[in-house]
Write a protein that binds this ligand. Sequence first.
Ligand code: FES
Length: 109
Amino acid sequence: MTAPQGTWHEACALDAVKEGEPLGLEIAGAQLAIYRVGADFFATGNICSHAEAMLSDGLLDGYEIECPLHNGRFDIRSGEALTSPVEIDIPTYPVRIEGDRLQVYLPGE
Ligand code: FES
């Protein structure tokens, strides 16, 4: 069994991601939300697993993103669904810093 293949993609400039202001991006056909907490960056899927609202329109509280539609919360580090009505986790993606740019690792070519 081989590990799933993935690719690093350019995401955005680091300073495009403001603390407390999630950034929604489409990269290689994937809808992503990018977050900054202090000096750290995180990437998750941007579509809420409950009813498809955009999490980048939600409120970031520490490491938790609150969906703007029904206020379900996810942990942006693990994608774990934390509070009702969300029950299904969202995907998370590795990120890395290259100079003043952020890159994200997505499955596939
Ligand atoms: Fe996100 Fe309902 S759409 S909690």
